[in-house]
Design a protein around this ligand. Structure first.
Ligand code: SOE
Length: 380
């Protein structure tokens, strides 16, 4: 019999839905020592909290996250609110002895993230950051191939995350759904939002990023602010590209923008090694492209591996071989791994400290874009 793991969800947006869906599904597919119980949904607006709770099956509603943290019947809190609120809630949750699952990026910047790491480590509470793409089976499989040494020495790492949803200058900044355009709430633009995913995956697959040289651009310089009603300067980066050197000697090239007309969420990465290369594309997320130079001569070529077989990561838990799963399942896998982690006392990654590494790269990228200089990235 599995034990209950009582969840308090703070926030009700896109990620609140993605995580709630994962909590609801995980025990149908994974045999785990705990089962998440959707205990309380918390939002400032009672109506929104109630509607969200009804939709997803939360037992109760709170309108003040401090009250949620006081509740004895909450084991873990899920922080799904804008980035500028992560730190305060995480500190209070750690002090209250709650486990914490925090939406990415961990913090507004590295120094803030470091304090959050110290808080959870001091309180000894389980913690994790939702960098979900690590748990797309094809991406997890890429990690296995690299760790098994299939690629040999790595020369190049290349990643893109392209969107097009902020091109209109009429789009305001701030408020529900648009806080990512407001630097005060988001900290940064594409760097902390989209590149953070690319960086997390890159560090996981290819190790520490030693130094960076970046450029950013804000194409629309002023937007009406939803909160003040006034036209205000835009403080976020709309686009960012950076070069880097990994500690293993390989070269990295990263690009992200919300101005690539036609692209809605095109996350791709490619790794080129001495013996083999691999590439992945979020729009075809169940496939991993693999080229191995050791293949027999005339048959040598890129293979498109349909990562849906029982011996592929996570896939034995789902349907029969050949039937694919999608985006939402990466969150289910993350919850499963979190529960395994607390059961075996072997924390699921990325925990706060691991996610701080991404935060440090983001900071260096944004600083380098200002100074135009190559900057070293501190280790977390
Ligand atoms: C932004 O549009 C966004 O929703 C990110 O915030 C998510 O992390 C990413 O996975 C998809 O795009």
């Amino acid at each position: 019999m599995s034990k209950p793991l009582n969840i308090g969800m703070i926030g009700y947006g896109f990620m609140g839905r993605a995580h709630s869906n994962a909590y609801r599904k995980v025990n149908n597919f994974f045999d785990l020592a705990y089962h998440p119980v959707l205990k309380a949904a918390c939002a400032r607006s009672a109506d929104k909290a109630r509607a969200f709770a009804d939709q997803w099956g939360y037992e109760s509603v709170e309108t003040d996250w401090r009250k949620l943290l006081e509740r004895k019947d909450i084991d873990a809190v899920d922080i799904c609110v804008p980035n500028n609120l992560h730190s305060e809630i995480a500190h209070a949750a750690a002090a209250a002895g709650k486990m914490i699952l925090c939406e990415k990026p961990l913090a507004m910047n590295g120094p803030e993230g470091l304090k959050m790491v110290q808080a959870v480590e001091k309180a000894k509470v389980a913690n994790m950051v939702w960098y979900n793409y690590r748990r797309v089976p094809a991406v997890t499989f890429a990690k296995k191939l690299i760790d098994d040494g299939k690629l040999g020495r790595v020369f190049h790492y290349r990643a893109n995350f392209l969107q097009d949803w902020t091109i209109s200058p009429e789009l305001p900044q701030g408020g529900t759904g648009l806080w990512r355009l407001d630097a005060a709430a988001a900290g940064s633009g594409v760097t902390g939002d989209l590149l953070a995913h690319c960086i997390d995956t890159a560090i996981w697959l290819n190790g520490h990023i030693a130094n960076v040289n970046a450029m950013t651009e804000t194409f629309v310089k002023e937007r009406k602010h939803t909160g003040t009603g006034k036209v205000e300067k835009v403080g976020i980066d709309d686009a960012c590209a950076f070069l880097c050197r990994f500690a293993n000697g390989s070269l990295g090239l990263f690009e992200s923008t919300r101005y690539a007309r036609g692209h809605k969420a095109l996350y791709t990465f490619e790794v080129n090694g001495e013996h083999a290369s691999l590439k992945w594309d979020l729009h075809d997320l169940h496939r991993l492209q693999y080229f191995d130079n050791r293949d027999e001569g005339p048959l040598r070529g890129w293979r498109s591996i349909h990562v849906t077989d029982g011996d592929h990561p996570y896939m034995g838990k789902w349907w029969v071989p050949g039937l694919q799963i999608g985006y939402e399942h990466s969150f289910v896998h993350q919850v499963a791994d979190f529960i395994e982690g607390i059961t075996k006392d072997k924390p699921a990654m990325p925990d706060f400290r691991d996610a701080l590494r991404t935060q440090h790269v983001c900071d260096a990228v944004l600083d380098s874009a200002k100074s135009g200089k190559w900057l070293d990235v501190p280790k977390a």
